[in-house]
Design a protein around this ligand. Structure first.
Ligand code: DGT
Ligand code: MG
Length: 364
């Protein structure tokens, strides 16, 4: 009897924001390998290579079934020679030497431990390594001056490197909800980040806060933070002003808004009463709070829901395909020379000429 073996050849559009990527990843072994190489590149200051590996992993995350041969990947975007070689090694030999070598490399391991401290970036970790520091104990014993964030990061290292569960996120949400309702009735709070995309665990819990009346959100962040502090919920907090003019966030906004406090990086003390279970009386959890005026809410919601690759690709799509600049505050049309308004994520996708992708399918 003749058997016909059907081999699926995959295809996909090239921007992650054109694809629907659920959490149902059929190629986790491959995407974990590529993500590890991405992480290693980022830890080595090679951001371009990092993005290339992230994009390759992003494409594989969206495939409808497991890859069994590299020939199935010929038509796919974002899979360069390097990524394909890694995939081929894993499919044919069960593992990639490059990935295994990287995992074992002393430098990678030390960089991961040091950048695993809240408040420590690649540059600081590099400097410490050059100064001979190889681990947490050594760092502590060295008497290095650490800033407030790093001190808190070192102190709560174990807790902060343990995944936050959905039920812990819900417990934090209840606390933040109460804080917000107490200091400004009518203000609204939304869970953002990975948990909004349906993830079951996360490295932190992210919230977006707004008020339906424009302007009422001014001064809200310090009040929320004071309330949380007075109730003993904060182990650490740093509130920063709107970062709109910094980094890759896009065009400048009128300076009248610049005095609004926008973001709070914090470490929560999640106690047993609120988290319900566990052997310790409390544990430290990273919590990010963002306050946005209602006029920017849709942009903030879209910009803070992620994934990071999805966000990056949305901005790239906007710039390259539409001559627009997208940030978590606004969408500017460079051709029409004006800002495009939106009061929902759906409207922003429509402005960008993209099919609407719900949060649960932004897991590229
Ligand atoms: P996680 O927490 O590791 O489980 O995963 P996510 O997806 O929640 O990642 P997270 O918490 O680092 O960030 C949530 C989203 O917020 C991320 O997709 C991109 C966005 N985001 C993070 N940091 C910034 C920032 O400094 N500025 C802006 N505009 N967006 C940011
Ligand atoms: Mg998060």
């Amino acid at each position: 009897q003749l058997q016909v073996l059907e081999v699926v050849v995959f295809s996909a559009p090239s921007y992650a924001c054109q694809r629907r990527t659920t959490l149902d990843n059929h190629n986790a072994i491959l995407t974990d390998a590529l993500s590890l190489l991405a992480e290693n590149a980022e830890l080595s200051g090679e951001d371009g290579r990092g993005v290339a590996f992230r994009r390759a992993a992003g494409v594989l995350k969206g495939l409808p079934e497991p890859v069994t041969a590299v020939t199935q990947l010929v038509g796919l975007p974002c899979l360069g020679g390097h990524s394909l070689r890694v995939v081929k090694d894993i499919l044919e030999n069960g593992a990639s030497c490059e990935v295994e070598d990287t995992k074992q490399s002393e430098r990678f391991k030390v960089l991961k431990v040091l950048t695993g401290i809240f408040g420590v970036g690649v540059k600081t970790a590099e400097r410490w390594i050059q100064e001979g520091i190889r681990g947490l104990q050594q760092l502590q014993d060295s008497g290095r001056t650490l800033n407030r964030a790093q001190q808190a990061g070192l102190q709560h290292y174990e807790d902060l490197n343990q995944h936050v569960t959905r039920s812990e996120a819900d417990a934090v949400a209840a606390v933040v909800e109460e804080a917000v309702a107490s200091v400004l009735p009518g203000a609204r709070m939304t869970l953002i980040g990975g948990f909004r995309r349906g993830k079951l665990t996360g490295h932190d819990v992210d919230f977006l806060i707004t008020h339906p009346e424009e302007g009422r959100e001014v001064g809200l962040m310090p009040k929320v933070v004071s309330w949380l502090e007075s109730q003993g919920f904060l182990l650490y907090q740093k509130t920063t002003k709107n970062s709109y003019l910094e980094g890759e966030d896009g065009p400048a906004r009128p300076s009248s808004n610049m005095d609004r406090f926008e973001r709070c990086f914090s470490i929560f003390k999640l106690t047993e009463e609120v988290n319900g279970e566990g052997l310790k009386p409390w544990r430290a959890v990273r919590v990010d709070l963002v306050v946005s005026p209602i006029s920017q809410f849709a942009f903030a919601l879209l910009g803070w829901t992620g994934s990071k690759l999805f966000e990056r690709e949305l901005r790239r799509w906007a710039g390259h395909k539409k001559a627009m600049s997208l940030s978590s505050h606004a969408l500017y049309d460079n051709t029409q020379r004006r800002y495009l308004r939106a009061s929902s994520e759906e409207e922003i996708f429509a402005h960008l000429g993209l099919e609407y992708i719900p949060p649960s399918e932004r897991n590229a």
